[in-house]
Design a protein around this ligand. Structure first.
Ligand code: ATP
Ligand code: F6P
Ligand code: MG
Length: 476
């Protein structure tokens, strides 16, 4: 085949061309659609950014020519597709994150507010620290405030609005937890926006999970409805990694790393007993990413149970039959269960089924103790004459109440700085995040609805099955 001959997506690739030398084939890709982020009213009114980036005036540092992101720089949502079948049509692009040479916002007049909502996540304090440092050191913003205890802090008293500076946040990246405190619930839109206006904030950085992103969308729409020149950015935080579009969420890798300690302990307990089972429950309300990644990293896990895969306990192909065989073969077994796995198997009253937390998230019954007790009941019923032990470990909060590891700390820094650069460029209603490794700006509205379940049809889940050789729980 002539290497210069044009091919086309979906038209197939000539495999006969696979010879001893590399060949090049040109292909025609579908058109590109830019999924752009909204602009502040003031930025729309004067579309040519007028304020030179103060980074250029830094006394000791001189940005190289390629330091600034050009207005046309984009990243692609899908980094790969099959030439033999259709590529996504049209291809979706996002604006690349990073500093702009000219700003639509004057940093000297900016007044920024940072808020954290939802559960803890390793790196939360690093994001806060880097927002403060980036705003003050890179852009010279004087007025930076931490809003205490989640969205409700916006309509709290003066004590809920804490002035922050680089000295105050100096060691925050070394601390787990939420330095500003974090809460669920308390989302009163009118009061929140009134509070923001009353305090003269011009930039809001909301750090949180899917609920926080939905709240940020509501605030963004209310800003628009009132014609306010206030930007809002959502910085995605979820230890469960359950937010879509972005590659992964910060803190997730740290959580997976800490989970190894629990799995190691469960393994030691299991091998040290006669017919021992080590059972570990890990976070993951609606997605099993932590359990999946912890299983793949550990190699000691015999069975990984996640919300995305239904399972059953007794009978052919069920969990108990599999575990019995594993114990007979190896003398022990280790099970990792995500907190949101198998909720339908656990008997619940109607009241329990309706239970919600302050933010409206469904509260599950605890799968760990239930599974431990079911294991004991089954063994007594089937194998009473043999010794048996289940050691149950619940490291739930331990994996998220720790400081971020080095990789997550670096990630948090890039996220925080990407957020600031975007706001200074006049963007609003956006989320910064890596897409195929390239930091990009994604509309908040898209991220708020993009879930990220484990794709049980892709390679990663297949790896789990090949590492554990566990059943697929499909009843034949
Ligand atoms: N649909 C929504 N509209 C407006 N606000 C919301 C919505 N859903 C949640 N919120 C608000 O967002 C905040 C955080 O929500 P939530 O407690 O669900 O945590 P989260 O951001 O999802 O984090 P996590 O991943 O830790 O659960 C709360 O103040 C909640 O009231
Ligand atoms: O007990 P809390 O703080 O409500 O958080 C528990 C939930 O938070 C999460 O970690 C999400 O942030 C879930 O995995 C878990 O169900
Ligand atoms: Mg959530």
């Amino acid at each position: 085949m002539d290497p210069a001959a044009p091919g086309s997506v979906g038209g197939g690739v000539d495999h006969a061309a696979d010879a001893t030398a590399p060949t090049s084939t040109s292909v025609t890709l579908p058109p590109l659609t830019l999924r752009d982020v909204p602009r502040l009213p003031a930025a729309l009114a004067s579309p040519t950014p007028a304020v030179p980036n103060p980074i250029s005036r830094h006394p000791y540092s001189h940005p190289p020519s390629n330091f600034y992101i050009s207005p046309g720089d984009v990243s692609l949502r899908h980094a790969f597709f099959d030439l033999a079948s259709a590529a996504p049509s049209p291809l979706v692009a996002y604006r690349r994150a990073g500093p702009r040479r000219d700003l639509a916002v004057d940093p000297a007049r900016a007044r920024a507010a940072l808020v954290t909502c939802g559960g803890l996540c390793p790196g939360l304090n690093t994001v806060l620290r880097e927002l403060v440092v980036g705003l003050q050191e890179l852009y010279g913003v004087r007025d930076v405030f931490g809003v205490a205890a989640g969205y409700r802090g916006f309509y709290g008293g003066d004590e809920d609005h804490v002035r922050l500076d680089t000295a105050a946040v100096d060691d925050w990246h070394k601390k787990g937890g939420a330095a500003l405190k974090t809460t669920r619930g308390g989302f009163d839109l009118a009061k929140i926006v009134d509070g923001i206006v009353a305090r003269g904030y011009t930039q809001i950085y909301a750090i949180g999970g899917d609920g926080t992103m939905r709240g940020a969308v509501a605030i963004f729409q209310e800003f628009k409805r009132r014609g306010l020149n206030i930007s809002i950015t959502g910085i995605p935080k979820t230890v469960d990694n359950d937010i879509g579009i972005i590659d992964r969420s910060f803190g997730f890798q740290t959580a997976v790393e800490i989970a190894q300690q629990a799995i190691d302990a469960a393994h030691v307990e299991a091998v040290s007993a006669v017919n021992g089972i080590g059972l570990v429950k890990l976070m993951g309300r609606s997605t099993g990413h932590i359990a999946l990644h912890a299983t793949l990293s550990s190699r000691d896990v015999d069975c990984c149970l996640i919300p995305e895969v239904d399972f059953f306990l007794e009978g052919k192909g069920g969990l108990f039959e599999f575990l019995y065989e594993r114990i007979k073969k190896k003398g022990h077994a280790v099970v990792v269960v995500a907190e949101g796995a198998g909720p339908e198997l656990i008997p619940r009253t109607d009241d329990q089924k309706r239970e919600q937390d302050e933010s409206g998230n469904i509260v599950f019954l605890d799968v760990g103790p239930w599974l431990k007790s079911e294991l004991g009941r089954w063994w007594k019923k089937e194998h009473l004459d043999e010794l048996f032990t289940v050691k149950y470990i619940d490291p739930t909060y331990m994996i998220r109440a720790v400081p971020a590891n080095a990789t997550d700390n670096l990630y948090c820094t890039l996220l925080a700085h990407s957020a600031i650069h975007g706001v200074m460029a006049g963007f609003t209603g956006f989320v910064p995040g890596p897409i195929n490794g390239t930091y990009s700006y994604i509309p908040l509205e898209d991220v708020a609805v993009a879930k990220n379940p484990v794709d049980v049809n892709d390679h990663k889940w297949a790896w789990v099955r090949s590492v554990t050789n566990q059943p697929d729980f499909l009843k034949s």
